[in-house]
Design a protein around this ligand. Structure first.
Ligand SMILES: *Cc1c(COP(=O)(O)O)cnc(C)c1O
Length: 355
């Protein structure tokens, strides 16, 4: 009895993040398959080779592919490979590399500085970043080298092809590279109805960190260099950073499962559709304000404080520190309508008591 009062009831599903979800069946199936016998270590195995080839097919390009454990490493190491220590990386002020990687990009690049730019709805504004690049040309200022964009953004919006091209034009004018944090790249592909190639190298993205974890993998991200020259010695960087998995097949085989079966797309499609449903339900409540356009699998809402607190006591977990605050609700590959309905029911009854 006392326990029930202290601990809120456990929910089967949560909306805190898409990385709260478990492993999707396709990834799990390939994980089991890869467990079938002995294979060489450190990525010299057939699973890793097949997964890398699948990425080349998906992106319609002979790219270099690396597998690491998490997104912080993928971002930090890929940015470090584009930069010298005296360079700078332009990113949005809410970018994960700035707010959520504990200085990893600066650490692994031996000091490359992040230059923060504003921009509506989590997107970098090409007109706002140009002054940041041209403000100083002298030797006392860290030389701009990379534009880093997050697709889908930290605020749940996406960059259209036109947006990406505008950024590429700025990058071309100043000889900058483009890095893409694709923590929710699959959700952006689904949302925009474009191919992975059309959203990356065809609009001048040099390196993509493609997140598997949030898409349904147990663990693991792929780093994809569209310009092979930029990947020179990258394997050493991964090893030195402790990111070379000795049993790499347990990262690459689940990736192969997502790619060969098309689950990477289906999972993102489902997550986006559930977020659209959640958004529609929330919009029926006049007290609830949507903070940004919902374009992928996340919904940001401003809720009366008593409702947010009440939801927590009902056992719901969610973040309120992402971006510019508010309640962030993420949907994943396994989110069910029933879970959304249960959440909405609690919001409704809390709103009733809030009057
Ligand atoms: C989740 C996430 C990452 C990766 O985070 P890790 O916890 O290091 O795997 C990177 N960028 C964004 C925008 C994310 O949401």
């Amino acid at each position: 009895m006392l326990d029930a009062m202290i601990d809120p009831p456990q929910k089967l599903q949560q909306f805190a993040s898409d990385n709260y979800s478990g492993i999707c069946p396709e990834a799990l199936d390939y994980l089991h398959k890869a467990n079938g016998g002995d294979v060489p270590a450190y990525g010299n195995d057939i699973w890793t080779e097949r997964a890398a080839n699948q990425f080349r097919e998906l992106f319609e390009r002979d790219c270099e592919v690396f597998f690491v454990f998490n997104g912080t490493a993928a971002n930090s190491l890929s940015l470090a490979s584009l930069c010298q220590s005296y360079h700078s990386v332009i990113c949005h002020e809410t970018a994960h590399i700035e707010t959520d990687e504990c200085g990893g990009p600066e650490f692994f690049s031996n000091g490359s500085k992040l230059l923060l730019a504003p921009g509506e709805n989590g997107r970098l504004d090409p007109h706002a970043i140009e002054p940041l690049i041209t403000r100083r040309r002298d030797i006392h200022y860290p030389k701009p080298k990379v534009i880093s964009i997050t697709q889908a953004t930290e605020l749940g919006t996406v960059y259209s092809v036109e947006h990406l091209l505008e950024l590429r034009h700025v990058a071309d004018r100043h000889q900058l590279k483009i890095h893409m944090d694709g923590a929710r790249f699959a959700n952006a592909v689904v949302s925009l109805g474009k191919t992975p190639a059309e959203l990356t190298w065809k609009v001048g993205v040099d390196v993509l960190c493609f997140c598997g974890t949030k898409n349904g993998m147990p663990v693991g991200e792929a780093i994809i260099f569209f310009d092979q020259k930029l990947a020179e010695d990258f394997a050493y960087r991964c090893k030195q950073a402790g990111q070379l998995a000795s049993k790499m097949r347990f990262i690459s085989a689940p990736w192969l499962g997502l790619l060969e079966t098309g689950a990477w797309f289906k999972n993102a499609e489902h997550a986006n559709a559930m977020a659209a449903y959640l958004e529609a339900q929330l919009l029926q409540l006049p007290e609830v304000k949507l903070m940004f356009p919902r374009e992928a699998n996340g919904v940001f809402v401003a809720l009366p404080e008593v409702v947010a607190t009440g939801l927590r006591s009902c056992g719901w977990l969610f973040y309120t520190f992402i971006g510019v605050g508010g309640v962030r609700l993420m949907c994943a590959w396994n989110t069910t309508k029933e879970s959304i309905d249960a959440l909405i029911e609690d919001v409704r009854s809390l709103l009733g008591t809030a009057d």
